[in-house]
Design a protein around this ligand. Structure first.
Ligand code: PHE
Ligand code: ZN
Length: 868
């Protein structure tokens, strides 16, 4: 394994040149595309002198011609290799024209210019633009772009780029062209081009100042009927950003294109978003309620980037959270306003705890602003995105809604058109609030999840309740000693009747230990702390299981009700794991069954909320609560708890299942979705007991479902029952949906996550299925990721075969798509946390990977960090 250089934040230097204009020409031919880039440049006197060479980033392609001014340069007069293009000297002001040939059909990495089916498209973030043409591929080099596309009119009737269409027309040989101009300066990672035979869904939006914006969503012709939910979501997002943040759209045209082969979820290219089709296409027959929510959220996310990311962009990639954390915060707020706020909060926090907390405790731990990277692609992480959003949320809470809005206004005003830093962002928040956020800034520079313990002391004589909070953060590879964080905590007090006796207020922890004293309260008062998950910390309290059962029923913050329920489940599972390990019989406490039953009977509770509160934590979440992860015991304990609850509460579950049924199958209102989610939770409980009646109930729903939410829920349950039930469900589902590639992804993922014994063999078989290909990231995620990340008992088979299979797939994938291969490799990251046998087996796979002669930089970085 070769060593690769780390890029460090402390080495940041501005680019020594200014790009005044970029003019690109794409001449698309049958088997290649010829790119010509005309750059107008000048030296930046602050950073360049007469000896400064021009060094541009460049991918692996051949240069055909270079013209500087009116001089044709010979190959000896410039230097070009697989990484850079260099001119030893340049005038102060100059024009440079470089032409090169690309082979998009051979580009399996899906960065730069590539083919997805019959469509040609680009993906440039983070550093893909250099694979298109030599350029200073960094976010702080901003320029206005124009783009001319020339192509065959039959194969590529639609030619799109950023900004506004300015000219188009026919040429000889059945060819045509289109010229686009983007008036806004932008970094090259926001450049985009699409050419193909696409259908379009059109709509309009009038902004608050009266700009009439044409909205266009493009997809393959057969899918255009599936774009209307995306369009509705876009209009909702545009209206919301005006209302909540005073941000209007700034061009006359907003375009979205749905693509089948895409490494990520979607991309915010200026005026031309490119989306993974999964986040555009939906109807109730083929998409689940979660898919509908996902689309609404991602459409909004990319739209919000127009201000947070595009108009104001990043000084360097280390600042990634400046656009991503902030934009995730914005999309979370949007989804909360459009749907149920408490439920959205629960979903987001669950996601954070299940994926970001473990990331932050393993080899990929990094501050929200990383200090170094080998491949930036590896830092599009839960930490940068989700923890980054939590950090913004804390600022929002510390300042309050009004000051935060003022801070945002100032941010937009002061930095519009610029490439800035996290200090700039926090700086405006300091300016408007007059607060010092120096200690707070540690959230950006220090990695790790703080652990907070809370204890109560009640003084009978004085009637005062003291709450003592202690924080500590474990040292890690980034900092050997951690300073205390500045942590906001929202606290309210409630009595036994569930009434608020002290209104919620914000408290701040800045030292290792803090005690807050509440006077004149009675002894049976409960504190409700970290309401709405005020800060991204692990919390332990001195609450007993009885206390938790009370809070689950009566806390005035739904998030904390959820948390209490989850903590009860975790405590129960911990006890069961201990019983398994010490050979004692497993029993579930009657208190838990009763708390569960009470919650199920509460007809006033929001059903979407209940479906979250009563869902057991996933095995992947549970593992985070163990020092050493015992895969089998956790699985056994969770299954036992689920079955015990189901057996004890069978009739209640059936009752709730029945009451939740009436919504029409294609109703995607919040209430209908809430009913379905609770109904399907009940079904999942009922379906986990091997009982003929329950099996028949699941099968009936599977066969008669009128929408994908119900069909898929039943399908998942069937996939765990018996090989026969699974196989016939798989057959039926496949026959029905084989022509719909996004639904077939669900088919793969259900099989990959089955608990049945032969799952690994099934998954191996499926890699040769005619609908499967390693070249399509959605397929790889549906089958291989789902197996490696969400099927712990089979991935972590004691014989190591799960590891061997996945490692072999990672290496195969690394040859064609290094970004996705590196992401997949995260399944080995926590290897040190498992028992000795698994530790050795996982390490062996990492070492095999490390021993390869040709490993991509992306995968190298993940593997070498894991083995460090
Ligand atoms: N910037 C995209 C987003 O979060 C994500 C992305 C990163 C897409 C890198 C592609 C490549 O909206
Ligand atoms: Zn984003």
């Amino acid at each position: 394994m070769n060593e690769h250089k780390k890029i460090q934040l402390k080495d940041y230097r501005p680019f020594a040149f200014i790009v005044d204009h970029v003019d690109l020409i794409f001449d698309i031919r049958e088997d290649h595309t010829r790119v010509t880039s005309k750059l107008k440049m000048r030296k930046d006197p602050a950073w360049a002198d007469e000896t400064t060479p021009l060094v541009l980033n460049k991918g692996k392609f051949d240069i055909i011609s270079v013209v500087a001014g009116d001089m044709v340069l010979l190959p000896g007069e410039y230097k070009s290799d697989d990484e850079t293009f260099t001119l030893a000297a340049t005038p102060d002001v100059f024009e440079l024209e470089i032409a090169n040939i690309l082979k998009p059909d051979e580009n399996t990495a899906l960065e730069g210019l590539y083919r997805s089916g019959s469509i040609l498209c680009t993906q440039c973030e983070a550093q893909g633009f250099r694979n298109i043409t030599p350029y200073s591929d960094r976010p702080d080099v901003m320029a206005p772009f124009s783009c001319t596309i020339v192509a065959d009119k039959t194969r590529y009737p639609i030619l799109l780029s950023n900004g506004n269409p300015v000219k188009s027309g026919d040429l000889d040989d059945n060819r045509h062209f289109a010229v686009w101009e983007d008036p806004f300066k932008k970094p090259c990672y926001l450049f985009a081009l699409v050419a193909g035979d696409l259908a379009v869904l059109e709509d309009r939006f009038t902004t608050s100042s009266g700009r009439d914006v044409a909205l266009k969503i493009y997809s393959e012709k057969e899918n255009i009927a599936l774009c209307s939910h995306a369009m509705t979501s876009l209009k909702q997002a545009m209206a919301w950003d005006e209302k909540r943040f005073g941000r209007e759209y700034d061009l006359d045209l907003y375009q979205i294109v749905a693509i089948n082969d895409f490494n990520a979820g979607a991309m915010e290219n200026k005026g031309l978003n490119i989306f993974n089709a999964k986040y555009v296409l939906a109807d109730p027959q083929t998409a689940t309620d979660d898919d509908f929510m996902g689309i609404q959220g991602v459409i909004a996310h990319e739209y919000f980037h127009n201000w947070t990311g595009n108009r104001i962009t990043l000084k360097n990639w280390f600042q990634l959270s400046l656009k991503e954390g902030l934009t995730v915060f914005r999309d979370q707020e949007f989804s909360s306003d459009m749907n149920s706020r408490p439920v959205k909060r629960i979903i987001d926090v669950k996601n954070l705890m299940a994926a970001q907390f473990p990331e932050d405790s393993g080899p990929m731990t990094h501050p929200v602003r990383p200090d170094s990277y080998i491949k930036m692609d590896n830092f599009y992480t839960m930490t940068v995105y989700e923890k980054g959003a939590e950090v913004i949320r804390m600022i929002y809470q510390l300042l309050g809604q009004d000051l935060f809005r003022q801070g945002m206004d100032l941010y937009f005003e002061k930095f519009d058109g610029m490439a800035v830093t996290l200090e700039d962002f926090v700086g405006v928040m300091e300016t408007v609030s007059g607060r010092n956020l120096d200690q707070f800034f540690l959230w950006y520079t220090q990695s790790g999840t703080p652990e907070i313990s809370m204890t109560r002391q009640y003084n009978d004589n004085t009637g005062s309740l003291s709450l003592t909070f202690t924080q500590s953060t474990s040292p890690d590879r980034n900092q050997s000693e951690k300073k205390p964080f500045h942590i906001p905590v929202r606290i309210s007090l409630i009595n036994r009747a569930g009434e608020t006796v002290k209104q919620e207020a914000l408290y701040e922890l800045t030292q290792e230990t803090h005690t807050f004293k509440f006077e004149n309260v009675s002894a049976d008062i409960y504190p409700s702390v970290f309401r709405e998950f005020t800060a991204p910390v692990r919390l332990s309290t001195d609450f007993s299981d009885q206390d938790l059962a009370f809070l689950m029923a009566r806390d005035t913050d739904p998030f904390n009700q959820w948390r209490a329920a989850q903590t009860l489940f975790i405590n129960e599972i911990k006890n069961l794991v201990t019983a398994i390990r010490t050979g004692r019989a497993m029993t579930v406490s009657s208190g838990l069954i009763q708390a569960f039953s009470l919650a199920l009977e509460d007809r006033k509770k929001d059903r979407a909320f209940l479906s979250k509160a009563l869902a057991l934590p996933l095995e992947t979440e549970i593992k985070d609560h163990f020092e050493i992860i015992d895969v089998e015991a956790i699985h056994q304990a969770r299954t036992f708890l689920k079955q015990t609850l189901a057996k004890n509460l069978e009739s209640e579950l059936k009752t709730v299942y029945e009451i939740c049924r009436p919504a029409p199958p294609d109703d995607i209102s919040g209430a209908a979705m809430a009913d379905r989610s609770l109904k399907n939770l009940c079904l999942a409980y009922l379906g986990c007991v091997p009982d003929k009646g329950n099996q028949a109930l699941v099968l009936k729903q599977f066969e008669n479902a009128g929408n994908m939410t119900d069909e898929f829920a039943a399908f998942k349950i069937l996939s765990h029952m018996t090989p026969e039930m699974r196989d016939s469900a798989c057959q039926a589902f496949y026959n029905k949906w084989q022509a719909r590639t996004l639904v077939i992804d669900k088919w793969f993922s259900v099989q990959a996550q089955s608990r049945l014994k032969d799952t690994l063999d099934q998954v191996k078989q499926l890699t040769t299925h005619k609908n499967f290909t390693m070249a399509n990231p959605n397929k790889v995620r549906a089958l291989i990721f789902a197996f490696a990340m969400n099927n712990p008992i089979h991935f972590h088979r004691a014989d190591g075969q799960g590891y061997e299979f996945v490692a072999e797939r990672i290496l195969a994938l690394d040859k064609i798509n290094h970004q996705t291969a590196a992401r997949l490799c995260a399944c080995f990251n926590l290897w040190k946390r498992y028992d000795e046998n698994r530790r050795i087996l996982m390490k062996r796979q990492l070492e095999t990977m490390a021993g390869q002669k040709t490993l991509s930089k992306n995968l190298y970085e993940i593997v070498s960090r894991a083995l460090e």
